[in-house]
Write a protein that binds this ligand. Structure first.
Ligand code: PHB
Length: 388
């Protein structure tokens, strides 16, 4: 970060004036679910993105025009909206996409149009694997990245047998596959698995009965948004928590909706790339600013939006002005942000970052996240990615 002293202010004023005449306007399409089971996630990413623009936008004389479109968490709708942003609004860059299913649907259209997509959530492994593209740069996480380390960690805690559950769509399968591969490679046994109909399951009872009867030591799941709230509450009211501890990827107990889960979430152990309780200076500044603007602590979704805006601004600061130059600059962006040191793996365009295992515990102001372990950053295998 530049330190501005009085002595440089005069020169700076001249530079700003000289630049204003030719100030670039960067047009950004925000492609997010503003309705459906992931609506809260979309709104939170949007809030983080806006804060990122406000916080870092002054570091460049470019202006950012934002056009919003709702994917409704539906691949076909997301595809139509991506086309509209590219063809009608002629955006320079798209940011967003929450569902792995929507990311798979829009992949070819952004790649073909050569309009960069900053992925601000969807963890679809293929988008930074065999379907990778120079126009897809992920600032959030990959599904394997947040689940693989938990396989080893749980086995090391003495948990020998697990039962897994997740919604039946791309992210559910990829998250569980990554966990199961590292858990079994470490010596653990997956004694049973089920996938629940995505966006349609209201009663998890029959699945919980199977988990209980499976002989597992613990249950490992992926659920997010509205489904996470119902799942965590039903797991607790079924009386399973004491005998069959609940683990998962950390979206399960996201600070975004853990309040709605209430005491049912206490004691659940999960892993993520960000929790608001991380002790570092960029996070302290982010938490204060986000809470002041939005009235609640930021979640992983907020930081993904914030860092996506910051990455775009860094690309523009390095001289990028349009789709082609933004796409080329984004993979080179690195910074120390609220989640720690962050860079993009040039082999896949996926973000590289540490993973935090955390327990949801009762704190002075309600439920909070107690970090149990910091698992070192590791880049995903290339998974067939050939960048061209
Ligand atoms: C995904 O579909 O990739 C996805 C959705 C919600 C999450 C995480 C991943 O919280």
């Amino acid at each position: 970060m530049k330190t501005i002293t009085k002595a440089t202010l005069v020169g700076l004023a001249t530079t700003i004036l000289a630049h204003t005449a030719t100030a670039e306007e960067i047009s950004v399409g925000l492609l997010l679910p503003y309705s459906g089971v992931y609506a809260a996630l979309g709104n939170e990413i949007d809030a983080g993105f806006q804060l990122g623009l406000e916080t870092f936008g002054g570091e460049t004389d470019a202006t950012f025009k934002v056009v919003r479109e709702d994917t409704e968490v539906t691949p076909g709708v997301g595809l139509g909206k991506a086309r509209k942003l590219i063809l009608q609004d002629k955006v320079d860059v798209i940011a967003g996409v929450v569902s792995s299913g929507v990311l798979a649907a829009v992949r070819d259209v952004v790649d073909g149009a050569k309009v960069p997509l900053i992925v601000a959530n969807a963890g679809n492994d293929e988008a930074t694997g065999e379907s990778c593209s120079p126009y897809i740069i992920r600032m959030s996480f990959s599904n394997m990245q947040v689940n693989r380390p938990m396989g080893r960690w749980m086995f090391d805690q003495g948990i020998k047998k697990v039962y897994t559950l997740a919604p039946d769509y791309a992210a559910g399968h990829q998250m569980i596959d990554a966990f199961a591969a590292s858990y079994t490679a470490s010596g653990g046994e997956v004694v049973g698995q089920a996938y629940t109909p995505f966006q349609k399951t209201e009663d998890f009872g029959p699945f919980l009965a199977e988990a209980k009867a499976s002989g597992a030591d613990a249950v490992y799941v992926f659920y997010a948004g509205g489904e996470a709230i119902s799942f965590v509450k039903q797991y607790d009211s079924f009386g399973l928590k004491a005998d069959l501890p609940l683990f998962g990827s950390g979206f399960l107990t996201s600070p975004l909706y853990v309040k709605a889960e209430g005491p049912a979430a206490e004691g659940v152990i999960t892993a993520l790339h960000y929790v608001p309780t991380l002790d570092n200076a960029p996070n302290a500044a982010f938490v204060t600013a986000f809470e002041a603007a939005n009235g609640h602590l930021p979640s992983e979704f907020a930081v993904q939006g914030y860092d996506s805006a910051r990455a775009l601004i860094e690309a523009v600061k390095s001289g990028a002005t349009d789709a082609e130059t933004i796409a080329a600059a984004l993979p080179k962006v690195t910074f120390d942000g609220p989640r720690g040191a962050l860079s993009i793996d040039a082999a896949t365009n996926n973000v590289v970052q540490p993973i935090y295992v955390y327990e949801t515990v009762a704190g002075d102001n309600g439920l909070t996240q107690k970090v149990l372990a910091t698992l070192p950053a590791e880049a995903d295998p290339a998974n067939g990615c050939v960048m061209k």
